[in-house]
Design a binder for this molecule. Structure first.
Ligand SMILES: Cc1cc2nc3c(=O)[nH]c(=O)nc-3n(C[C@H](O)[C@H](O)[C@H](O)COP(=O)(O)OP(=O)(O)OC[C@H]3O[C@@H](n4cnc5c(N)ncnc54)[C@H](O)[C@@H]3O)c2cc1C
Length: 358
């Protein structure tokens, strides 16, 4: 007998089939609407990883991954906007009890009353410091450029990261709106995920008080836990792959292609999640990178097959095949670090088409 799905997996399924999937092509062209965000907020999924004491579900990692697969497969743009929320939630959950910003925000974020964005990938450019934080008037002053910030106009608050003059990574919360010292660019027009309302942010003396700070720690301490994270395959890659394979179930010969790729997907997914569940995140990095790269291979094959099977109609902007192929392209660079980029390029260079390389 199989166990019934976790309630959040069922809710993700309903959100996907009733709200996200039916409008995915339109959303891809016009942007994630506020109504989708309202539905995400109501679903309980924003609290999937949040502590129960604050109104979240503290669900097991397997549930977190499955809900991400379901949302990403239905509408990658909506998945990505809400995906930003989970890093701020985890940062607050790990902060010491009684910290003012934790007590103020963790409950509303866990219960889905507020949606958070995050601006922190720029930290990984260290020792280059795109966002510098200095002590000023008993608080913190932010200067520099955030190259990527997703969900502008959709999220309520943002967690902003920079590096202090003492070489610490500092994370603080502020409202996600234009304010003195914080100016957004126009929304970026991108090959994929334009719908995610991604902007860059110019910071010129944004001042935040001490009680907005969620984390302040030596850069190396932060980087040591951050570095291994993105060596794991993203559940979104498996979600997009499965959605592309579903488009192939139309009849031979596409059906046979789907059968073969589905078996490959099952195998690489099992391997990737076994590694993700390994208790020491900094171990077995080579294997994690190999599984991540294989996951990209299967995704590329699946989204390509969906386009091939669709013929000329697959080029229509209303076709799910072209949308999934572009979303898959975005996932190739999402959360990319220098290590991931090197491993992926290495694998692409090593694997020549059969009969071409010896
Ligand atoms: C559409 C879109 C939306 C995004 N939204 C967000 C968001 O909301 N919040 C967010 O935080 N991020 C966001 N990102 C950033 C994303 O997660 C990745 O960090 C980013 O795609 C990596 O590529 P890059 O071009 O920014 O980094 P690059 O500048 O190309 O750097 C890639 C990696 O190289 C290394 N590196 C870079 N410069 C140096 C240097 N000088 N010395 C040593 N190593 C270096 C770092 O490890 C870095 O991670 C978004 C990206 C995209 C494409």
């Amino acid at each position: 007998m199989t166990a019934p799905p976790h309630p959040l997996v069922s809710r993700a399924g309903r959100l996907a089939s009733e709200v996200l999937a039916p409008h995915a092509e339109r959303v891809d062209q016009e942007g994630v609407p506020a109504s989708s965000i309202a539905a995400v907020k109501r679903s309980g999924l924003l609290g999937v990883s949040a502590p129960v004491a604050y109104g979240g579900s503290a669900a097991p990692a397997a549930v977190v991954r499955e809900t991400a697969e379901i949302l990403a497969g239905a509408c990658c743009s909506t998945w990505f906007v809400q995906a930003q929320h989970h890093t701020p939630v985890l940062t607050l959950a790990l902060a010491e009890g009684g910290l003012p910003v934790r007590e103020r925000l963790l409950g509303p974020l866990a219960r889905g009353e507020l949606l958070s964005g995050v601006a922190y990938a720029q930290l990984r450019a260290y020792p280059r410091v795109p966002v510098r934080v200095s002590r000023e008037r008993g608080g913190w002053r932010f200067d520099g450029t955030v190259p990527w910030y997703t969900g502008w106009g959709l999220n309520d608050v943002m967690m902003l990261a920079g590096v202090t003059d003492d070489g610490e990574a500092l994370f603080a919360f502020t409202e996600a709106r234009e304010q003195p010292g914080l100016r957004p660019s126009p929304p970026m027009r991108l090959a994929a995920l334009t719908a995610s309302r991604t902007v860059s942010l110019e910071l010129g003396g944004l001042w935040l008080p001490d009680d907005a700070v969620a984390l302040r720690t030596p850069y190396e301490t932060w980087a040591a836990t951050d570095r291994p994270k993105n060596t794991n395959a993203s559940p979104a890659v498996f979600g997009v792959t499965a959605a592309a394979l579903d488009l192939l179930d139309t009849g031979p010969p596409a059906k046979e292609t789907a059968r073969v790729l589905r078996a490959r997907l099952g195998e690489v997914r099992r391997r990737a999640y076994e590694l993700a569940d390994h208790p020491v995140p900094s171990e077995r990095i080579e294997e994690r990178l190999a599984a991540k790269t294989l996951a990209y291979d299967v995704m590329r094959a699946a989204t390509t097959a969906a386009v091939v099977a669709g013929g000329g109609r697959a080029m229509d902007l209303g076709s799910p095949a072209q949308r999934l192929a572009r979303e898959g392209m975005f996932l190739l660079v999402q959360g990319q670090t220098a290590t991931v980029r090197t491993a992926h390029l290495g694998a692409l260079g090593a694997a020549g088409p059969a009969g071409v390389t010896g």
